[in-house]
Design a protein. Structure first.
Length: 63
């Protein structure tokens, strides 16, 4: 049973996540030759205040 965790900055819509789950499930079922009910995908929405890049918090970038 494949377990996949997707870490993404907060703000993605339910529709975007729905589309990603469908596409990732299709790829995994084909590649690993498993049934769809064996694929589990988890989303971790990362708060922008808790992560940084290039010396800045994500919440401060592109304000």
């Amino acid at each position: 049973m494949p377990f996949i965790t997707v870490k993404v900055l907060e703000g993605k819509t339910t529709e975007q996540k729905r589309e990603l789950v469908k596409k990732m499930t299709d790829v995994v079922t084909e590649t690993f030759e498993v049934e769809k009910d064996k694929v589990f995908i988890f989303f971790e929405d990362l708060e922008k205040d808790n992560y940084g890049k290039h010396g800045e918090l994500f919440s401060d970038i592109n304000k």
